[in-house]
Design a protein around this ligand. Structure first.
Ligand SMILES: [Zn+2]
Length: 65
């Protein structure tokens, strides 16, 4: 399971990323906010979750070092 801390647009709470039958969702435990983020998530050959956007950019920066 992957977490996005303090990313909830409603309550600024912690979101977790989970795979459901019809795609990827981010969900907030605190307020119940839920969003389909299938377009933002990819998995590699090892089944590891990759988020597009800022998180991926950070990984690229680290890889350059
Ligand atoms: Zn929330």
């Amino acid at each position: 399971m992957q977490w996005k801390l303090k990313s909830c647009p409603r309550c600024n709470g912690d979101l977790f990323i989970q795979l459901e039958i019809d795609g990827w969702y981010e969900e907030c435990l605190a307020c119940g906010y839920r969003k389909d983020i299938s377009d933002l998530v990819t998995t590699n050959a090892l089944g590891q979750v990759k988020m597009k956007g800022p998180i991926e950019a950070e990984e690229k920066m680290n890889a350059d070092v």
